[in-house]
Design a protein around this ligand. Sequence first.
Ligand code: FAD
Length: 454
Amino acid sequence: MDYGQRDFSAIHQRLADIVGPQYVTDKPFVLRAYSRDFGTMPPSAPNLVVRPKTTEEVSRIVKVANEFRVPIVPRGGGSAQEAGSTPPPGGGITIEMLRMNEIIDIDEMNGTVTCQSGITYVSLMNTLEKRGWKLGIAPSGAMAGTPGAHISRPGVGWGNIKYISSGDQTLGLTMVLPNGDVVRTGSAANPHSDVFFRYGLGSDLTGLFIGAEGAFGIMTECTLRIFPFPERFYLEVYKTADLDSAVSLFRDLAINNLVCYISVPVIKPGELVIFHYNVEGDEEDVDYRIAKIQGMIARHRDMECLGTEGVRKFWDYRWFLTGEEFKDGIAGAVNYFLPFDKLVNATWEMKQIMDRHQIKTYVQQMFPEPHGSEHVSLMFHHPDDMAERAKVWDAMQEMMDRALELGGSPYSKGRQWAPYLQKHMQDTGYWRLQKAIKDLLDPNYIMNPGVIGL
Ligand SMILES: Cc1cc2nc3c(=O)[nH]c(=O)nc-3n(C[C@H](O)[C@H](O)[C@H](O)COP(=O)(O)OP(=O)(O)OC[C@H]3O[C@@H](n4cnc5c(N)ncnc54)[C@H](O)[C@@H]3O)c2cc1C
């Protein structure tokens, strides 16, 4: 259905009654700003943008969307690349979560933070750091990125090996379901408790929403693990020409749980791999790890240390390191996880596809996890260069299809991966179960329809 043809004035009024007229709009220039994310998928504008402040407001907004059978699309900072926060073709209501930016509680006794889901990571982390705490995982897109989105994707970032993913640091959620019901997961499912533990009381319903990208509901609050701010960070940068050797080192460092994080920002197969590893902890622990790591690196021929970064500088500027690459324009992204033994082959295959499509500017990267790595291909183009965008788009289709054939798990799916998830998975029990859950929770298909292929 093309909602652009529909009269939204009654819905507009109902939403204004909930949030106040200043927090809902149908102004075309605002709608346009919400018509895309940071990726290269075609734009699609909403008919209304609404900006709630509380869980109760979100619940009432969702009930209105259900009553009028209009899609509702949660959006944080819009910094993802797979168009999960872009309305489906035809439009709908974008519910923008950035006003939900309160830190509700830093529980230093039990080592948790509870916040609204629309706070930016930078804001959350700055507050925690002033109190001597840190998160395990945060995206390097932390200036705009929100926990509501990062947990929903589920996100990875600084701390991948030690802390794994944003899902792994999540203890409990407050979710608004497609019918407007409010559910608290984790130990807070017991009305006499707050969140301090994820499991127990029944099945792990927190996990149901991790990775669902808003298809099963809107996250309004989350409780995350926090960790004492380490005494020391250490970081070294290396280069090598040997991709096989580099991947086998990443595997050894990860399996032996020696590093906090490995970032591989440059991979030119056959020519150059640049990576850095970072460790954190108290002085003694960091010294022990560095000695073990350097011993392992020494067993790999052809690895040259480029030095240690100014570590405090690195920590303070870590949000800007990834952003550097985007100087060449927006990027089509094909990002997915693979086990260690498949990474080298996948890197060559993705390169061959991008070269065959004559992509002008691309990078390949890895962000290792404990049992494999996120494999990243970013193909840059100027937003107005439609000829290059068409080439990028064609290459992306082939790469997503091939990535799933290789056994890849897409990191974030949004609308971009939907056709390929359907193609490769629709005959599985997993797919049927996801569909059944969607049918049960969201019979009118209003909750971010189309993401993750549902
Ligand atoms: C320079 C740069 C670096 C990046 N580095 C990383 C990185 O290191 N690691 C990483 O994981 N990502 C990274 N990203 C991607 C992105 O910034 C993060 O994943 C971020 O957490 C997304 O947050 P957002 O609020 O901008 O998401 P959005 O784009 O607004 O939303 C993403 C998805 O989440 C859904 N969603 C949003 N809010 C909610 C909610 N409250 N409830 C339910 N669903 C919701 C949306 O519908 C959409 O499907 C990077 C991006 C950029 C531009």
